[in-house]
Ligand binder design. Structure first.
Ligand code: CIR
Length: 304
């Protein structure tokens, strides 16, 4: 398989879509690794496997409609494998395995059969364990790579900080010809409305020259201003704290003109349609309870 990913919006041809099958029992609070899951565990509203499976099948159907080749992870019994995005990433023709949160490190085994189809010279793994990064923090935008990180002193105690500056430097070392820009994100282990878990939870390019953004996700306002200067304020769709909480920036593009979005994202979907983008609406509010949405649960392999 010849990989090719140079941005978030070129026509999609092949993708890994996570699975909610055998997701395991409701985690104990101390087993959860994001504040929104904890909120739902406490409230007794943690999502049911059958509901999440149905939501992901709706996404699979959209891919079928657009003739996208879909790979699913093999099932690891009682293990969360929904968020395929984070376990590895493709940039150009390179497949880079993430150094992910230890709670999630088994997930990669389940797509080994996909990795086996890629030229082994194109498969990368960071050389040491202190280099941290997850795919949700890394957004490729043509000659730029945007990376979410966390520069706080408490990084090592913060399970919602998944990409460190060593991770940023590692990705930079693999792509010397690209401009790599990192963004310091706000993290909160107890309030999901204050937690930009990954860069794709507060920012994502869409369409031809637009992007969705949550200003308050950025710890350093200069990072937010960089994106305003880059895209132009008129091309940014700003989402508020509640919209970030429901993961409005985490939709997924099949092309510049076709987006998969959550059916309750009324304001966002109206904006997308005003840009002549076709919005394929799916129900994804149960998956969203685990602090991830459509970008988080997909890992593109080939785009035009
Ligand atoms: N790219 C993403 O933002 N992924 C979402 C991962 C959610 C999962 N509960 C986690 O904390 O790892």
């Amino acid at each position: 398989m010849k990989l090719n990913i140079t941005n978030e919006t070129s026509r999609l041809r092949a993708v890994v879509l996570g699975t909610a099958l055998s997701n395991g029992p409701i985690p104990k609070i101390e087993e959860a690794y994001d504040p929104k899951s904890i909120e739902h565990i406490k409230a007794g509203s943690y999502p049911k496997e059958a509901d999440m499976v149905a939501e992901m099948e709706a996404v699979a159907k959209v891919f079928e409609k657009y003739d996208v080749k879909v790979f699913r992870p093999q099932i690891i019994e009682n293990y969360n494998q929904i968020f395929a995005r984070d376990i590895a990433l493709v940039i150009e023709d390179k497949f880079i395995k993430s150094n992910i949160l230890p709670d999630r490190e088994k997930e990669i085994k389940a797509i080994q059969y996909v990795i086996d189809e890629i030229d082994s010279k194109k498969v990368y793994k960071a050389p040491s364990e202190d280099i941290h990064f997850e795919g949700g923090d890394i957004i490729i935008h043509n000659d730029h790579i945007f990376i979410g990180t966390y520069k706080g002193d408490d990084y090592s105690d913060c399970i919602v900080a998944r990409t460190n500056m060593k991770g940023v430097e590692y990705i930079r070392s693999l792509f010397p010809n690209k401009i790599v820009k990192e963004f310091d994100l706000n993290k909160s282990m107890d309030n999901p409305r204050d937690n930009a878990l990954h860069l794709d939870c507060c920012f994502q390019p869409v369409g031809k020259n637009k992007a969705i953004i949550h200003k308050e996700g950025f710890r350093n306002l200069d990072d937010y201003r960089y994106l305003v200067d880059f895209f132009g304020i008129e091309n940014l769709f700003h989402i508020d704290k509640d919209e970030m909480y429901y993961m409005n920036s985490n939709i997924f593009s099949i092309s510049e003109d076709v987006v998969i979005s959550e059916k309750n994202f009324t304001r966002l979907n109206t904006w997308l349609r005003s840009l002549n983008i076709i919005v394929e609406e799916v129900p994804y509010s149960e998956i969203a309870k685990q602090e991830g949405l459509l970008r988080c649960s997909t890992m593109p392999l080939i785009r035009d």
